[in-house]
Design a protein around this ligand. Structure first.
Ligand SMILES: NC(=O)c1ccc[n+]([C@@H]2O[C@H](COP(=O)([O-])OP(=O)(O)OC[C@H]3O[C@@H](n4cnc5c(N)ncnc54)[C@H](OP(=O)(O)O)[C@@H]3O)[C@@H](O)[C@H]2O)c1
Length: 327
């Protein structure tokens, strides 16, 4: 089968399209014919094995100390179930599924556990639309529900609102009854208003930490907000939440747990089947609209990574996977 090959950590050009053996589903696994996948900020980070500060070593221990342990990258996918391993009863052949794999989604075929982060696609979604949801959607869901611990009626500011995590956070927060202020470049204003932001601040000209508005939570979806500055605009029980963080933010999280007042919080979003089902139900209820900022093909993998590296991605960057050539 065709697959992206990842043989060393490095720049986008270190990824090439090549041939890989067809994966065989083991007991409890399914094989998926991938129709669409994505390049996420997580994929770009792993490609170069870039982990903030202390996270570099754990990343290398998990993914390979000197070079990638697994030769095919890629997490998000949408496609159809093509083969069932022994003992699988939860899926049927031909069923349209989507989800997040730990790796291996940048290929024509992917195997993963039927109990992993995989589920039937939201009804009415195309493969491209379904593939655009899990990474940003699950991260936004877990951060809003488990870290921010949102309460209806609260004022939330989302910094970096036009990225994959941001566009889902804006939509989910609005759905859960929060008042959302989005911070992004001016070119994203119409999109973010359409997704439910009550106000959009141009990050180039407006510093929200200097304004008079107060927020119950600030969700920093990309990193870089000033802890001291944000503290000024938080309510007394406010939360400053970092999706992207390093040792400095972790230290402040520990410190703000010991003193009264606003808290700094960091977290990690995994991907379980149970949460994917929650996400799918929200998508089917119309609470989540797919935001596909860029559509490319699997063959354009290096250009896709370069675009993500630029920090200018809007929503999801989806890669279409062409049908395999019959043998
Ligand atoms: N903790 C976890 O479990 C977890 C899970 C998922 C992701 N993450 C991390 O979360 C971060 C965001 O992920 P993502 O997928 O949403 O990224 P993304 O889609 O690549 O975000 C791109 C967006 O970020 C904005 N941006 C870039 N630089 C900015 C800056 N200096 N200030 C404000 N906005 C900026 C850009 O908007 P403009 O056009 O306005 O510049 C662009 O639209 C990544 O660092 C990722 O590694 C963490």
């Amino acid at each position: 089968m065709q697959a992206v090959l990842w043989r060393r950590y490095g720049p986008p050009e270190s990824l090439t399209l090549g041939e890989a053996p067809m994966p065989v589903p083991g007991p409890g696994e399914i094989r998926i014919r991938v129709h669409a996948t994505t390049v996420t900020s997580g994929d770009a980070r792993l490609r170069g094995c870039r982990g903030a500060g202390l996270f570099w070593l754990p990343l290398r221990l998990v993914f390979g100390l000197f070079r990638p342990r697994h030769p095919i990258p890629g997490m998000e996918f949408a496609g159809e179930v093509e083969a069932l391993g022994p003992g699988v009863t939860a899926f049927t052949r031909g069923e349209r599924v989507f989800g997040m794999a730990p790796r291996g989604a940048h290929a024509e075929y992917l195997t993963l556990s039927a109990e992993g982060c995989v589920a039937r696609q939201p009804a009415g979604f195309t493969h491209e639309e379904a593939a655009s949801l899990p990474f940003g959607g699950l991260t936004a869901l877990l951060f809003l529900r488990d870290v921010v611990q949102w309460r209806s009626g609260e004022a939330l500011l989302v910094h970096g609102a036009a990225g994959a995590v941001g566009v889902h956070a804006v939509q989910l927060a609005r759905h859960f009854g929060l008042r959302v202020t989005a911070v992004a470049s001016a070119r994203h204003a119409a999109l973010l208003q359409g997704l439910g932001a009550a106000q959009v601040l141009d990050r180039a000209t407006r510093d929200f930490t200097e304004g008079a508005a107060r927020y119950d939570a600030v969700l920093d979806a990309v990193g870089g907000t000033s802890i001291r500055g944000v503290r000024r605009v938080l309510t007394p029980r406010g939360r400053h939440v970092f999706v992207n963080f390093g040792a400095r933010e972790l230290a402040r999280m520990l410190w703000t747990h010991l003193i009264p007042g606003p808290r700094v919080l960091c977290g990690y979003a995994g991907g379980s089947q149970a949460d994917l089902l929650v996400l799918r139900d929200l998508a089917e209820a119309g609470a989540l609209r797919p935001v596909i900022g860029h559509a490319m093909t699997l063959a354009e993998i290096a250009a896709a990574h370069a675009l993500v590296d630029s920090g200018r991605k809007r929503g999801a960057l989806v890669l279409r996977v062409a049908p395999p050539i019959p043998a």
